[in-house]
Unconditional design. Structure first.
Length: 266
């Protein structure tokens, strides 16, 4: 498709960019009719989600509820029903907003992305996908075709939480997704992902390292949420101040860890 073309899927972002003249591509490449990219299916080792799956489909999918409920939880809080009916997971990721709500659950779940172009197919960890605000590793001749979500090991809990200007249905001021695996009261693995607090969605790796092989007492979790603050670089914008984002990040990291642990114990 080259530099002159712009892919349009659900169009919830692209149409705004066109109307505000933020972009003026020579060609629009409408992929919304590629029904073969609209699926959610189980494989042996991972769940495959076609990139044209809409947020509404993901929110309601029994397979997502069973295998990756935090992705469904995030999809259900995106925009309004109209946005969720039109907007796709591929568009949400390829647009690379720091606030993209599906990015943090996928980071926490250790997902990979299948990118397909004229020179073939590659599968990359989602962690390597985002480069900067609205910038990814996608080449101009590539499409994001599939999201692959590995099945979590036993004794794993997960939680997603978002704060927007309204209770939900608005871009995140901060969103956090956490997955945690606990064996005999000890944290064996943890992934904490934060959105809208840095140029790209990020993992709080220092906080994760601090928690590994520890018993997840309240004080330990609180300390980890403070460590996570060292890893974010929030900005002040129309939606919130940097300081507010820091405070909310601390609270959401703590709450998602606790909620994920509670899910294992249930
Ligand atoms: C009122 C409103 C509220 C919103 N609320 C939220 C919210 O709460 N949370 C949130 O995360 N987002 C929100 N959004 C943003 C947006 O709706 C989502 O990011 C949506 O998922 C984008 O998907 P789309 O299919 O509409 O993408 P499009 O607009 O079609 O495309 C977006 C970008 O991705 C590229 N692209 C699309 N699909 C592919 C593909 N398969 N391969 C390669 N490139 C591709 C396009 O070229 C473009 O650059 C909101 C938007 C609006 C207008």
């Amino acid at each position: 498709m080259g530099e002159a073309g712009k892919v349009i899927a659900g169009g919830t972002e692209v149409v705004i960019y066109l109307k505000t003249r933020r972009i003026s591509p020579k060609y629009l490449i409408d992929i919304s009719d590629l029904k073969e990219l609209e699926y959610i299916k189980e494989n042996e080792e991972f769940l495959s989600v076609g990139s044209l799956s809409t947020h509404s489909t993901i929110e309601k999918s029994p397979l997502i509820k069973k295998r990756a409920h935090i992705l469904g939880d995030s999809a259900s809080q995106i925009g309004t029903i109209q946005i969720r009916n039109m907007g796709t997971i591929g568009g949400n990721l390829a647009n690379a907003s720091p606030a993209a709500d599906t990015a943090t659950p996928l980071l926490a779940l250790g997902a990979s992305l299948e990118l397909m172009g004229t020179s073939g197919k590659r599968v990359v960890p989602i962690e390597t996908f985002f480069i900067h605000v609205n910038k990814t590793i996608l080449q101009s001749n590539e499409l994001l075709t599939e999201i692959q979500i590995p099945y979590p090991p036993p004794n794993t809990g997960a939680a997603f939480m978002k704060i927007g200007r309204r209770a939900a249905h608005d871009l995140s001021i901060v969103n956090v997704a956490t997955t945690v695996t606990v064996t005999e009261d000890v944290c064996k693995n943890i992934c904490i992902a934060l959105g809208s607090v840095a140029p790209t969605p990020i993992r709080a790796k220092k906080a994760e390292a601090f928690l590994k092989e520890k018993t997840l007492e309240k004080a330990t979790i609180k300390k980890a949420s403070e460590i996570a603050l060292e890893e974010i670089q929030p900005i002040s914008d129309v939606r919130a101040s940097a300081n507010y984002r820091k405070e909310v990040s601390k609270v959401l990291v703590r709450m998602t860890i606790q909620k994920a642990i509670d899910e294992i114990e249930r």
